[in-house]
Design a protein around this ligand. Structure first.
Ligand SMILES: *Cc1c(COP(=O)(O)O)cnc(C)c1O
Length: 423
């Protein structure tokens, strides 16, 4: 990370006003393993290990020789993989005496996960929720409030950043970049308040790696090993969580895999973005990170997978992409919902709209295997269930879901505003 003012690398002290101390240490850590504290494990044990399933009925429906496995993170209390990092982040902040946590949420999964985690450790929680999701998903907000959190539609009039954004566009549907600006501002202004981020950063990817670690052991029990590992990509922690442990083995000279990150065609960060230093938020409060980006001022269209509407990609995932250790692909939302419905009919689980991207890529690979007569093994991360996203499914069944064209001009404009950094 680079300081936007000085152009110098960020040191841990620079982040202290915003993040918990132990989390900053993890952000900069080069340790191979970081022990999960006992108090965190006791809470994770409520739903971990998460199940690894063989999707036999989906295989049958597709008539494919491929073997399909999926890791199901929807069994967590808030319904997605995000709880893995939320518990750890709330715990380390509580340990250090922090009283209040601020954060942003897109579709509401991260806000729900962090609200739940804060309630476990007696912390106050304020969640800035992207305005279009706030309106689309009242049940997510109710869930956060049930856990005792305050949920505010962003952009809001509670911060300077929000007021400025509203002044320039009163009808703004919001974006993750905007909501981050608001949450960061509150944390920076208050001594007893810290900010938590639900994806993108190294420490979040580390917390999520429990997913892939468990998969390695579970695949062993199933006497199998994946040829292909698939995860959808919003900020990247979910993909990192399932894929990095396998990529790590590959780097140690063990089994080769293809790792595939899947993103929405309307927010195609890895497939169409630029690899450059950029801000993590719209109002430019954050350090610069080297990542695939569509430009920090790009506001993705209001498609249904709110958790995938981010302009950037985790620096670690971006680095992995730049090294050629993974591939990326994108799907339009009509195709992802079609895949999600096919999966639900076969396996009985309704995937979150974000997760349907991984399902679509899995089905595409399974059909390729059929065409080529190959029995490859595919593992994907079913990052969450869609029980709070049924309005999206209602819209799909009613024929109201449409594909957004790739917003080429807006992305070009946002990319033209990339900060210049001497490397
Ligand atoms: C947030 C979310 C994602 C995207 O996760 P990242 O770690 O930001 O890539 C995927 N699936 C679900 C269900 C989510 O809630």
């Amino acid at each position: 990370m680079i300081h936007p003012g000085t152009g110098k690398p960020i040191v841990p002290d620079d982040l202290e006003p915003l993040f918990g101390h132990e989390l900053i240490k993890q952000e900069f850590s080069t340790d191979r393993w970081i022990e999960i504290p006992e108090e965190v494990r006791q809470i994770l044990a409520q739903w971990r290990c998460t199940p690894l399933y063989r999707a036999r009925r989906l295989e049958e429906a597709l008539d494919t020789p491929a073997k399909i496995f999926y890791k199901y993170e929807g069994v967590s209390p808030s319904g997605s993989h995000k709880t893995n990092s939320a518990i750890a982040q709330a715990y380390y902040n509580m340990k250090q005496g922090v009283k209040k946590i601020t954060t942003e949420t897109g579709a509401g999964q991260w806000g729900s996960a962090l609200s739940m985690a804060c309630s476990q450790f007696g912390l106050e929680c304020v969640v800035y929720m992207v305005k279009c999701s706030f309106k689309q998903k009242p049940y997510r907000r109710a869930l956060m409030e049930t856990f005792g959190a305050q949920c505010i539609a962003s952009p809001s009039d509670t911060t300077e950043a929000g007021r400025a954004l509203l002044a320039s566009n009163p009808d703004s549907t919001g974006s993750l970049g905007m909501a981050i600006s608001e949450a960061v501002e509150i944390a920076a202004r208050n001594e007893d308040t810290k900010y938590c981020l639900g994806s993108v950063l190294n420490h979040v990817c580390v917390h999520q790696s429990v997913i892939g670690q468990e998969c390695i052991t579970q695949m062993e029990l199933a006497d199998a090993y994946p040829d292909i590992v698939i995860g959808c990509c919003g900020g990247g922690s979910n993909f990192a969580g399932i894929a990095f442990p396998f990529i790590g083995r590959m780097l140690q000279g063990k089994e080769k895999i293809r790792a595939i990150g899947v993103e929405p065609s309307a927010c195609p960060t890895l497939t169409k973005g630029t690899f450059a230093y950029d801000f993590g938020d719209t109002s430019h409060f954050t350090p610069l990170m080297k990542m695939f980006t569509l430009g920090s001022t790009f506001v993705p269209p209001g498609f249904h997978s709110g958790g995938l509407r981010y302009h950037g990609m985790a620096p670690m995932v971006s680095h992995t992409m730049a090294l050629g250790l993974m591939e990326a692909t994108s799907f339009h939302q009509l195709d992802t919902f079609k895949a999600g419905v096919a999966f639900a009919k076969a396996e009985g689980i309704v995937p979150a709209p974000e997760s349907t991207h991984a399902v679509a890529a899995t089905i595409k690979e399974a059909l390729r295997c059929k065409e080529e007569g190959k029995s490859e093994t595919i593992l994907f991360n079913l990052s969450g269930h869609g029980h709070f996203d049924m309005q999206a499914y209602i819209d799909y069944h009613d024929g109201l879901v449409r594909d957004y064209v790739y917003p080429e001009n807006e992305i070009a404009m946002a990319l033209a505003g990339l900060p210049s950094v001497a490397e």
